[in-house]
Design a protein around this ligand. Structure first.
Ligand SMILES: [Zn+2]
Length: 211
C-alpha cells in the first residue's frame, strides 16, 4: 500500500451531491467521473489497497469509513478512494466471488486499527514482502498491519501469485537483455513508474539489484 495524496474534489462531484445524502442517488455518470478523476489525479491508476493497475470499469469508489456506520461521511470527499473490484476476473470465467480489497472489507472498519493510505505518508513502511509475492507486517506496528492484511486479504494466493508473476516477467526480460547499463536503466525506469502494477513489491524485489 502506498500513500495517496487527496486533492480538491472535482466540480462534477461537489456540484451534484444529492440533497438526500444517499449514495444510491448519486448518478452513475457522476460516480464514473469522480472515479476517473481520483484514479488519474490521485492514485496513478492503482487500486488504493493492492496496487493493481486498474481501469474505471474494474474499480469502484471505496468509502474508507463505511456508509453504513458513518452516513455523514458518504459524500465527504476525503473519505473516498478507488479500489479494485476484488474478483479474479479473467475474461473467460464469470467468477463474481470477491476475494480482496474494498468489497472484501465491506462495512468492516476498526477506527483504532485501520491504516489509512490517504492519511499516512509512511504507510508502505508498515509492510514487508517476501520474494514470492507474500506480504507481512513490518516491525513498525504488526497489530495494525496484520489487521489490514486480513481485512483486505492482501495475502490472497492469486494476488500474491500476480505480484510474483509481474516481478518474474520483468526479470526474464532483463535476463534476455543481459546485464548491461541499458537494462539497468530500464529497470530503474520501471521502478520509478508510479502507475506500475504492484510497485511497492517490485521496489522491494528489485531495489537490491539497482541500488
Ligand atoms: Zn485491490
Amino acid at each position: 500500500m502506498k500513500h495517496i495524496e487527496k486533492k480538491a474534489p472535482p466540480r462534477s462531484f461537489t456540484e451534484h451531491i444529492p440533497s438526500s445524502g444517499k449514495w444510491a442517488e448519486f448518478s452513475r455518470t457522476r460516480k464514473k467521473h469522480t472515479k476517473q478523476y481520483m484514479l488519474e489525479q490521485e492514485q496513478n491508476h492503482l487500486c488504493c489497497y493492492c496496487e493493481k493497475n486498474i481501469k474505471g470499469a474494474d474499480a469502484h469508489i471505496e468509502h474508507i469509513r463505511p456508509k453504513r456506520d458513518y452516513p455523514e461521511l458518504t459524500f465527504e470527499y476525503s473519505n473516498l478512494l478507488v479500489s479494485c473490484q476484488g474478483t479474479h476476473c479473467s475474461p473467460d470465467e464469470e467468477d463474481t466471488t470477491v476475494y480482496i480489497c474494498g468489497h472484501k472489507k465491506d462495512s468492516n472498519f476498526d477506527e483504532d486499527l485501520f491504516l489509512d493510505p490517504s492519511q499516512l505518508r509512511d504507510i508502505s513502511a508498515y509492510f514487508e514482502f517476501d520474494d514470492n509475492g507474500g506480504i507481512s507486517p513490518s516491525a513498525k506496528d504488526p497489530i495494525k498491519a496484520s489487521y489490514m492484511i486480513n481485512l483486505l486479504q492482501l495475502n490472497e494466493p492469486q494476488l500474491a501469485q500476480s505480484r510474483e508473476n509481474v516481478a518474474k516477467g520483468i526479470r526474464i526480460n532483463l535476463m534476455k537483455a543481459g546485464a548491461n547499463p541499458a537494462s539497468r536503466q530500464k529497470l530503474k525506469t520501471i521502478l520509478a513508474n508510479e502507475s506500475q502494477d504492484f510497485i511497492s513489491f517490485l521496489r522491494h524485489y528489485f531495489n537490491p539489484i539497482v541500488s
